[in-house]
Design a protein around this ligand. Structure first.
Ligand code: BG6
Length: 505
């Protein structure tokens, strides 16, 4: 058998897109509660009040102007508020995961369910109890939880009162939050990820940052590494430094509490190819790739790579390190690298590049088909990336997101025939298998994204579905929330039962 015994097959979700119950159980407000729905062509918006009292809006990836605070408007639909309502359906949903044979379930904790403001003196018992119940439900079926401590989830109070992750004070607040989780769930959860896709974070959305010129910064969708303003780069890179220190300290605290914990970092690492063999494309692709790998280099190896300085200099940015920071990074690196892989992209040195959910995006690849959202489908790229990452770090890898966002049709008889999704996954798993069996990559598990339908992070749509389980809800939040099995449900069940040997459909 290619996959080792105990290989962790499962699925992945995140609270900001799945959990809902945004104002229940003593939960506080998160920035994700302020992001409107959007679409492939219409960016999601965050409305805010300027310090002069004006109401304005910005898109994901931008910071707010100094002194501005995010607001919730009555006439706007906010998909996170209900999401697909795990909060009230967790028993039913986990039973369905168990029916598929999940060995593992990746979920994220909503920080403001535990600390409603992020800096409260004591945690919210009702929030802690909710996740106790969720973990008990998983363990009842022998499903190992894999917990993401921070997944696109910024307490509003920490953004508006502290300026978000640009402020070093957040390090202690995050470490206290993670320590609270480690202590409470030390006998229920073994696998942890500190921060989701640290390399796509940016702006008020995920870092809670403000800056002087933010209202003049035009960034559609997300950050554009080669063209965003120096002010954005400074707040972003400094904020992520603080996050990495917080993540390392969290590794330490977690292992002090339970030495058997496995604590990893997580990056968006969809692959990158040069568009042509022109040296500008080849080196450009290499350089673009290492901008994605930078934070993995720090967290996996324990120090900043030499090339970081050159990148920071491009933005006129000088990293502020405090005494002790280097030692913290060195002493408490991540034990495994978790990553998302959805697609590959082709780097063309004459064209614009961006970073969105799932990772970097450059130009299209004429050899690859694309999803309706323009994400190239590249199973062999997964083998390439698995090898690239294992060669680079020589530590266990975990594919914690992969899958195909697509429009699913419910037939008159209620069936949902998502053969395109099965085809996508079968081909990706076949490449994983070669990477494990032939290339010797140490792969711990596979948790495809959005194993049950949830809200898209990038567009806020519901119709961009990833699940094996369909949820009856539309882009405006209308629907019965009823769960039903897609054709891929039984297929994935068979894959898990055969430990990845039987991919037929
Ligand atoms: C990853 C995120 O970026 O990609 C998820 O970790 C996200 O939160 C996923 O949902 C897919 O992206 P999207 O935009 O299709 O939801």
């Amino acid at each position: 058998m290619a996959f080792p015994k105990g290989f962790l097959w499962g699925g992945a979700t995140a609270a900001n897109q799945y959990e809902g119950g945004y104002n229940e159980g003593g939960r506080g407000l998160a920035i994700s509660d302020m992001i409107s729905a959007g679409s492939h062509t219409e960016p999601r918006k965050i409305y805010y009040r300027t310090k002069e009292g004006e109401i304005e809006s910005t898109t994901l990836g931008s910071s707010l102007p100094e002194g501005a605070v995010g607001i919730i408007k009555d006439d706007v639909y906010y998909p996170s508020h209900q999401a697909t309502d795990f909060y009230h359906h967790y028993k039913e949903d986990i039973a369905l995961f168990a029916e598929m044979g999940f060995k593992c379930y990746r979920l994220s904790i909503s920080w403001t369910r535990i600390f409603p403001n992020g800096d409260d003196e004591t945690p919210n018992e009702e929030g802690l109890k909710f996740y106790d119940d969720v973990f008990d439900e998983c363990l009842k079926y022998g499903i190992e939880p894999l917990v993401t401590i921070l997944h696109f989830d910024m307490p509003q109070h920490l953004a508006d009162a502290y300026g978000g992750w640009a402020n070093r004070k957040l390090i202690d607040l995050f470490v206290r939050y993670s320590e609270t989780l480690y202590r409470r769930y030390q006998n229920k959860v073994k696998y942890w990820i500190t921060v989701n896709e640290i390399n796509v974070l940016g702006g008020y959305w995920t870092l809670g940052t403000t800056n002087k010129t933010a209202n003049t910064t035009k960034i559609e969708g997300s950050v554009t590494p080669n063209s965003f303003k120096p002010e954005e780069a400074a707040s972003k890179y400094q904020a992520i430094h603080h996050l990495m220190i917080a993540s390392s300290l969290s590794n330490k605290v977690g292992h002090d509490i339970n030495p058997d914990f496995k604590i990893g970092c997580m990056l968006a690492l969809s692959g990158i190819y040069p568009k042509t063999c022109q040296p500008e494309d080849v080196f450009g692709a290499y350089d673009f790739r290492r901008r994605a790998l930078l934070f993995a280099d720090v967290m996996m190896r324990g120090y900043y790579p030499a090339y970081a300085k050159g990148i920071y200099e491009e933005y006129g940015f000088e990293l502020k390190m405090e005494p002790g920071d280097e030692a913290i990074l060195k002493q408490y690196p991540s034990e495994f690298l978790a990553f998302s892989y959805y697609r590959t992209t082709a780097f063309d040195h004459t064209a614009e590049v961006t970073v969105t959910t799932g990772g970097q995006q450059a130009s299209s690849n004429p050899y690859l088909p694309e999803t309706p959202w323009g994400w190239p489908i590249d199973p062999k790229g997964l083998r390439y990336v698995l090898n690239e990452l294992y060669d680079r770090y020589q530590k266990p890898l975990w594919i914690v997101e992969n899958g195909m966002g697509n429009i699913d049709v419910v037939e008159e008889d209620g069936s949902i025939n998502d053969d395109y999704r099965i085809d996508y996954m079968a081909k990706h798993i076949a490449e994983m298998k070669i990477a494990v069996e032939k290339d010797g990559v140490d792969l711990i598990g596979y948790t495809p994204w959005g194993c049950i339908d949830l809200v898209s992070a990038g567009t806020g749509e519901m119709k961009k579905r990833y699940g094996f389980i369909y949820v009856d809800m539309d882009d405006q939040g209308n629907g019965s929330l009823k769960r039903s099995k897609k054709r891929s449900f039984d297929w994935y069940k068979k894959v898990i039962a055969s430990n990845g040997e039987d991919l037929s459909f």
